[in-house]
Design a protein around this ligand. Structure first.
Ligand SMILES: *[C@@H]1O[C@H](CO)[C@@H](O)[C@H](O)[C@H]1NC(C)=O
Length: 172
C-alpha cells in the first residue's frame, strides 16, 4: 500500500513573468454572454487590489481572455500539469490541486503571497509573482477558468490583460 502523508491535498502555484510585451493577435468576438460566475474570480482579485497601499483600480472581466483560459485549461485537463501556456501578451497565474479547488481559494492563495512582497525594494522574499500580478496596477482585465482533470485534480488558470510582472517596473 502506498503511503500518503497527512496532507491529502497538494496545491501548487505557478506564475509567469513577462519580459517583453508582444502584440496580441485578435481573437474572434465571444459567442456567448459573460457567465454569472465571473464574480467568484473578480471579487477576491478586486479586494486584494483595493487593499494595496495605493488602492489599484478594479479588474473587469475579459471574455476574450477567458476564452483563452478555458481553452488552455481544457488542454491541461488530460494531465493537470502545472505548466504555462506561454501565450504572448497576457499575464498568467496558475494553480493546481490534487483534489477540488475553488476559484476563491485559488485567488486567495495567490494573494497569500502578499507578505513576501517587499514594497521598499520591489522584490520577493520567497514567492510573490502571483500576488504582484493580481494587484498589478496597469492590468485592467482578467479571464479565468477551472477544470477538473482526468486524474481527479483541479487545474485553474487566470490570464491578465495588459500583462503584469513586467521586469523593471513596480506593481503599484
Ligand atoms: C481583453 O483582452 C484583449 C486581449 O486579449 C484586449 O485586446 C481587449 O482590449 C481586452 N478587453 C478589455 C475590456 O480589457
Amino acid at each position: 500500500m502506498t503511503t500518503i502523508s497527512n496532507l491529502s491535498v497538494a496545491i501548487f502555484l505557478l506564475s509567469v513573468v513577462s519580459v517583453t510585451q508582444i502584440c496580441w493577435a485578435t481573437l474572434p468576438a465571444p459567442a456567448f454572454p459573460v457567465p454569472d460566475d465571473t464574480l467568484q474570480w473578480l471579487v477576491p482579485h478586486n479586494i486584494a487590489r483595493q487593499q494595496t497601499f495605493t488602492g489599484e483600480p478594479p479588474l473587469v472581466w475579459n471574455e476574450t481572455v477567458a476564452e483563452f483560459a478555458r481553452k488552455y485549461a481544457q488542454e491541461r485537463s488530460v494531465d493537470c500539469k502545472l505548466v504555462h501556456s506561454h501565450v504572448q501578451g497576457l499575464g498568467e497565474n496558475l494553480a493546481m490541486s490534487t483534489r477540488d479547488l475553488s476559484p476563491t481559494k485559488a485567488v486567495e492563495m495567490w494573494v497569500g503571497e502578499k507578505p513576501d512582497y517587499d514594497v521598499v525594494n520591489n522584490n520577493c522574499k520567497k514567492m510573490c509573482g502571483h500576488y504582484t500580478q493580481v494587484v498589478w496596477t496597469g492590468t485592467r482585465s482578467v479571464g479565468c477558468a477551472k477544470v477538473r482533470c482526468q486524474n481527479g485534480g483541479t487545474f485553474i488558470g487566470c490570464n491578465y490583460y495588459p500583462p503584469g510582472n513586467v521586469i523593471g517596473f513596480r506593481p503599484f
